[in-house]
Write a protein that binds this ligand. Structure first.
Ligand code: T1G
Length: 694
């Protein structure tokens, strides 16, 4: 059966793509479309063609799963279909619902017109895969929207709603029903004898563009790109659209597409695309385990985390009851939420009525009784086991049967917290990352007895509130923080041995991290780090040590940004080096009899990131992480690891697991037993294998 259904409705041929889940332009779809278009063009009774997506969406792009396979070479190619449509003597209409993305939108741009239902979205998100719209997107979109909008849309990959697309001229009409609206649009256009100019032949918006427009764009986009190469090449292509004849512009784009396709970044970004979706698949839980409905949420603790988590649910339209026993803390918490929303509104990233609606969904209370009927309660109180067990014992008695009892703890044992209740199967960790309303990662943490239904529920919930969920086992620090201690620990050892905070942070940010480890310490506040390190001192084996640099800085009153000095000195937003920091660091080197030396940036980079890979391998070994790619998803979304390097495990495999293994042996000698390699890494390194063989 063809992947494209063909029907004739009066004088209009309707081609419906049926290739779930997203009607990607697979070989089957391209074949079906080619046959359908030829059939319509050959039928004299047919005066117009409508191309439609069956199921939930229009065409969401080329079929990424076919990339690099023979199927991607099967004719007709997308460009052949585009040529048939763009030169068609008969009217061609793209009828859009769901999302028209990438090659899907590029196909639509070669139709004479595009109609969409109001809920539809369009976009060219290829940049997120490390490539660019290689079927004319960089040449046709600017001809409709103008250069500035096209640069913003294509370098960001964002999806825009149908109304905005209509305003920009990407869509010609908004219709109520995608199919009948498109057929009616075709009939009206035929009846009125309306003529359409092919998008590729419209030049009024790309003529006479000053070169400074592109120079300016390279500056602004370059800052946000943080080492990604595709955005800059996209600007080159859009500039070519403005400076070259159409055919040459298309050829230029095709050449640049191939260059990007061959890049390491494309490999890493495609790895990440599938990794994020794979993370939602939990082995051992059958597909018929249904998630419980989460239509209401309770949060305990109106501090920074509790308020941020409340915003996540309110933004998703889920009513939240926010509890704090202390009215003043509750008022402060609600005040912070209101301020955060206000900032979004003033920045234009949120409308006033969206803010008002979200705020109306958050109900503050000081009474536990108000939580009883909520579908999930998330505890975001003090990071102390005794406090958490007391709260969970109380929730156990209070919450309705079937409610999910979740804790936002960042490293405490879920099993132990669950032991305070009579329903341990309903207890789970839902670890959000600060600021919770911004950071995408939701680290769901299961105990040994968390039920499959509870797991499926919080994984679905994560996606529903716009997070990227990853499931972790409950070892100390779960997936992310357990690895983080080795990254920050090695950074501090490097400081003792001769590196400087400036060098370490420069190497980390050049690698693509959102922020270097020393700056991260200053932002988070080192006084807090000293408290939690005291709490975890028991887990440091005898004979091993942690660098005391952080403690020494705190003793000197250098907590970080909150005291205007930490590793750096802060004057307003200015971050400055401070000789006092080096005195403290050199004092520690002396105290431990360490002779300081110079480090190359390459050595600092390897020393910073290799321990992440080593500990990640141990997490796969002990089941804390289901798969290496889950660790990549956690670090990209929770710790600012550069997505164009695929994640720490992807990077480590490319760097060479044999080299990582050797570095772990060296670190073991230097820092102690916890730093040595695990059995899995040793096996993979010695066998020359990768994570798929884990
Ligand atoms: N090709 C193949 N499979 C795809 C796919 C695609 N383009 N998009 C999604 N899937 C799979 C996905 O792996 C998952 O599979 C299932 O569909 C549901 O996805 C020539 C060269 C469309 C907004 O980048 O943004 O066109 O895990 O969980 O949340 O210039 O999927 O179920 O087995 O994400 O409802 C450009 C990428 C391609 C769009 C739907 N297009 N996809 O979101 O579902 S390159 C894209 C998305 C290109 C041209 C270039 C989202 C979505 P499984 P999902 P969702």
């Amino acid at each position: 059966m063809s992947a494209v259904a063909y029907e004739v409705d009066g004088e209009v041929a309707v081609l419906t793509v049926n290739y779930p889940p997203v009607n990607a332009l697979s070989a089957a779809v391209r074949t079906g479309l080619g046959e359908g278009i030829e059939r319509a063009l050959a039928d004299d009774a047919v005066k117009a063609l409508v191309i439609l997506g069956g199921g939930k969406t229009f065409i969401a792009g080329a079929d990424i799963t076919e990339f690099g396979t023979d199927k991607s070479q099967v004719k007709p190619a997308l460009k052949d279909l585009q040529k048939m449509l763009e030169t068609s003597p008969k009217l061609t209409i793209a009828a859009i619902h769901g999302t028209a993305l990438g090659g899907g939108l590029e196909l639509a741009l070669t139709c004479h017109a595009r109609v969409a239902v109001a809920s539809a979205k369009v976009g060219l998100p290829e940049v997120n895969l490390g490539i660019l719209p290689g079927a004319g997107g960089t040449q046709r979109l600017p001809r409709l929207t103008g250069v500035d909008v096209a640069i913003d849309l294509i370098t960001s990959g964002k999806h825009i709603p149908a109304a905005k697309a209509r305003e920009l001229g990407v869509v010609d009409a908004i219709v109520d029903d995608v199919r009948s609206g498109a057929v009616a649009f075709a009939r009206e256009s035929l009846a009125s004898g309306k003529s359409f100019v092919a998008v590729i032949d419209r030049n009024e918006k790309i003529n006479g563009i000053e070169p400074s427009v592109f120079a300016e764009a390279r500056k602004t986009v370059g800052k946000k790109a943080r080492g990604k190469i595709a955005p800059m090449v996209i600007i080159d292509c859009i500039e070519a659209a403005c400076t070259l004849p159409a055919a040459e512009g298309l050829a230029f784009e095709a050449e640049k597409f191939q260059e990007l396709y061959a890049s390491d970044q494309r490999g890493a970004l495609m790895h990440y695309f599938f990794a994020e979706r794979q993370a939602r698949k939990i082995p051992g839980i059958s597909a018929d385990v249904q998630p419980r409905k989460i239509a209401s949420c309770a949060i305990i603790g109106a501090g920074t985390m509790g308020g941020g988590i409340a915003m996540c649910f309110a933004n998703a339209g889920i009513p939240v009851t926010l509890l704090d026993l202390n009215q003043e803390a509750l008022d402060r918490g609600i005040g912070v939420v209101r301020k955060n929303y206000g900032i979004s509104v003033s920045r234009g990233s949120m409308s006033q009525d969206k803010m008002d609606k979200a705020l109306s969904l958050i109900t503050p209370t000081t009474s536990y009784d108000d939580l009883a009927q909520c579908d999930i309660v998330i505890e975001a109180a003090l990071e102390r086991m005794d406090v958490k067990k007391e709260i969970f014992a109380r929730l156990d008695k209070l919450m309705k049967p079937g409610a999910i009892l979740a804790t936002n703890t960042s490293y405490l044992s879920i099993d132990e917290i669950a032991s305070a209740t009579s329903r341990p199967g309903d207890v789970v960790g839902c670890h959000f990352f600060s600021p919770a309303n911004v950071m995408k990662l939701l680290e769901n943490v299961r105990s040994a007895v968390t039920s499959p239904e509870t797991i499926v529920t919080v994984m679905e919930m994560g996606k529903a509130i716009g997070k990227v969920p990853v499931l972790a086992g409950s070892t100390e620090g779960f997936i992310g923080n357990r690895m983080l201690q080795y990254y920050t620990g090695e950074a501090e050892f490097l400081l003792e041995q001769g590196a400087t905070p400036e060098q370490i942070d420069r190497v980390a940010t050049k690698f693509g991290m959102a922020m270097g480890p020393m700056s991260m310490r200053d932002l988070a506040g080192m006084d807090m780090a000293v408290v939690s390190r005291k709490g975890r001192a028991a887990s440091i084996p005898a004979g091993e040590r942690v660098s005391p640099i952080v403690e020494r800085l705190v003793e000197a009153g250098r907590f970080g940004q909150k005291t205007n000095k930490g590793f750096y000195r802060y004057e307003g937003r200015e971050k400055l080096s401070d000789p006092e920091t080096m005195e403290i660091i050199e004092g520690v080197s002396k105290e431990f009899g360490i002779t300081r030396r110079e480090f190359t940036d390459e050595e600092v980079e390897a020393r910073l990131f290799a321990p992440l890979v080593n500990e990640g391998a141990k997490e796969i070994e002990d089941g804390t992480a289901i798969r290496a790619s889950d660790i990549d998803v956690a670090w990209v979304n929770g710790y600012g690891f550069p997505v164009h390097r695929g994640g720490p495990m992807y990077w480590g495999e490319k760097y060479g697991l044999d080299k990582i293994y050797q570095m772990a042996l060296d670190a073991e000698k230097r820092n102690g037993p916890r730093w040595g390699p695990g059995k899995l890494l040793e096996r993979l390194a010695k066998e020359g294998k990768g994570w798929k063989d884990a």
